[in-house]
Design a protein around this ligand. Structure first.
Ligand SMILES: Cc1ncc(COP(=O)(O)O)c(C=O)c1O
Length: 464
């Protein structure tokens, strides 16, 4: 029996009451609320979860193919993480990190820096991926100021980039639909195009391809290095901007070029870290470490909001000084290093790393290959232009005309209709425009992967 069965029996009136609150009081993120309110039947109200499945108030089950927006790496109910949170709650729920320490934050800073390895020896905690990146931006800029280079105040960022929704992150962002409205509020960045045309995991990238893709970045570095605080990138996969994969050699090439120009590199691994690509850190695949590393989402197994920004010795040491020198990093949030979040992250890291990393080895050798085998037939589907991604992260580009790649008109909402068709089949996911997402937990079983393959194909059949 599911653990939430009492909730599943919510009566009809109770469900109507919840829908009425949804209509009246809850403003959903990235959601056109008029459409949301008019949905018939109304969107599911989740009241429980079991394994990799969400359970709604009517008792319907949905395989979470979006991992609660890419964070539930260990499934919806990782028992050890739940127990670690409960145990921490018995000790204390919250204590500040401003000037004093607490045990879970110390343990987590020690473990994370040990796993990331030198020079990423210093962890700064916050509550979300956006904040992890915002911390990185301020850290990188103050680092330049402290080194005597206040003129290095721009950031090099990519087209289609998504780093979160704070004003700093939106300034870096390169997705017109999300970011253009806010332009008057944003700071300038040096923008370079994202890599295009790499269809990992099916293709090797030639040296010539990597060089051609890296060229605009190298040129921008040549021209702007003197005014750059840092280069910020989503390594290996540009995530919400289109699930656009990059060859590892491209990431390596860019980091080397930035280093040659003394431009620090920030890796935003909020989406691609914590096992999503089959390794704890995406930089392991790229074979190169950044100067600043941003982690969030799967850090707690997705169970609690927590982020970490890891900094190199060079950056951290630059902030050291006497009180009067004012080299302090004046940044922090009330819940920085939440004790509950840190306890959850320690339990999640234990699962990721114990037995010589057996959990992630299985993801690399079994789950990820099975996932791509299940998605492979979709590439032939008449409504699919492209299936791309890496690890357990795929985007299925829906098209009206396969031969020409012609898209559906925006207002036809082809992606959304595919989401509804999947929902009918017991699969919960999301689209970004007409890019249908498949980002399931790392714990997804072979049977569930097979179900996903079938459900996506049927849902795409139903778009018309
Ligand atoms: C690459 C990347 N960076 C940053 C963020 C922002 O994280 P959060 O939503 O936790 O603020 C996201 C969220 O999807 C992301 O995909």
């Amino acid at each position: 029996m599911p653990r939430m069965s009492a909730f599943e029996k919510l009566c009809y009136d109770e469900l109507r009451r919840l829908h009425a609150i949804d209509e009246a009081a809850l403003w959903h993120p990235f959601t056109q609320m008029r459409g949301h309110r008019e949905e018939d039947p109304p969107p599911p109200v989740i009241v429980g979860a079991e394994g990799n499945w969400l359970i709604d108030a009517e008792g319907k089950r949905y395989l979470d193919a979006n991992s609660g927006y890419w964070c539930l790496a260990l499934g919806c109910r990782p028992k050890e993480v739940e127990e670690a949170i409960a145990a921490q709650l018995q000790r204390f729920g919250h204590s500040t990190l401003l000037g004093i320490s607490h045990q879970p934050a110390l343990e987590l800073a020690g473990r994370l820096t040990e796993l990331a390895g030198a020079p990423l020896n210093h962890a700064f905690f916050a509550d979300s991926g956006s904040e992890a990146v915002e911390v990185a931006l301020k850290m990188a800029y103050q680092y330049q100021v402290l080194r005597g280079h206040p003129e290095r105040r721009k950031f090099l960022a990519f087209g289609e980039a998504y780093h979160g929704d704070t004003i700093g992150c939106v300034s870096l962002g390169g997705i017109g639909l999300f970011h253009d409205t806010f332009k008057p509020l944003l700071f300038d960045v040096v923008r370079v195009p994202p890599p295009q045309g790499y269809k990992s995991p099916w293709e090797d990238a030639s040296a010539a391809f990597v060089e051609a893709q890296a060229k605009p970045v190298l040129e921008a570095l040549e021209k702007h290095a003197h005014e750059l605080a840092a280069l910020v990138m989503e390594p290996l996969v540009v995530g919400p901007g289109g699930v656009i994969p990059q060859p590892p050699a491209y990431v390596k090439r860019i980091v080397a070029a930035a280093r040659a120009k003394s431009v620090p590199v920030v890796f935003d691994e909020v989406a691609v870290g914590m096992g999503r690509l089959g390794r704890l850190f995406a930089f392991e695949i790229a074979g190169v470490k950044p100067d600043i590393l941003c982690l969030a989402k799967g850090l707690t197994g997705g169970m609690l909001p927590l982020s970490a920004t890891l900094a190199s010795d060079e950056i951290y040491n630059t902030f050291l000084g006497s009180f009067g020198e004012r080299r302090t990093f004046y940044h922090g949030h009330t819940f920085t290093g939440s004790a509950l979040g840190c306890a959850a992250a320690l339990a999640a890291l234990e699962i990721f790393t114990r037995d010589g990393g057996a959990f992630l080895k299985r993801a690399r050798e079994e789950t990820i290959p099975a996932f791509w085998r299940a998605l492979q037939p979709l590439r032939e589907h008449r409504r699919v232009g492209e299936v791309r991604g890496m690890g357990l992260m795929a985007g299925i580009a829906i098209v009206k005309e396969k031969a020409t790649g012609e898209a559906y008109p925006y207002e036809r909402r082809a992606g959304y209709r595919a989401v509804l068709a999947l929902r009918k089949r017991g699969v919960q996911t999301r689209t970004i425009g007409d890019l249908l997402l498949a980002v399931p937990p790392l714990t997804t079983t072979p049977e569930e992967i097979a179900l996903l393959g079938r459900a996506y194909a049927e849902a795409l059949d139903e778009i018309e």
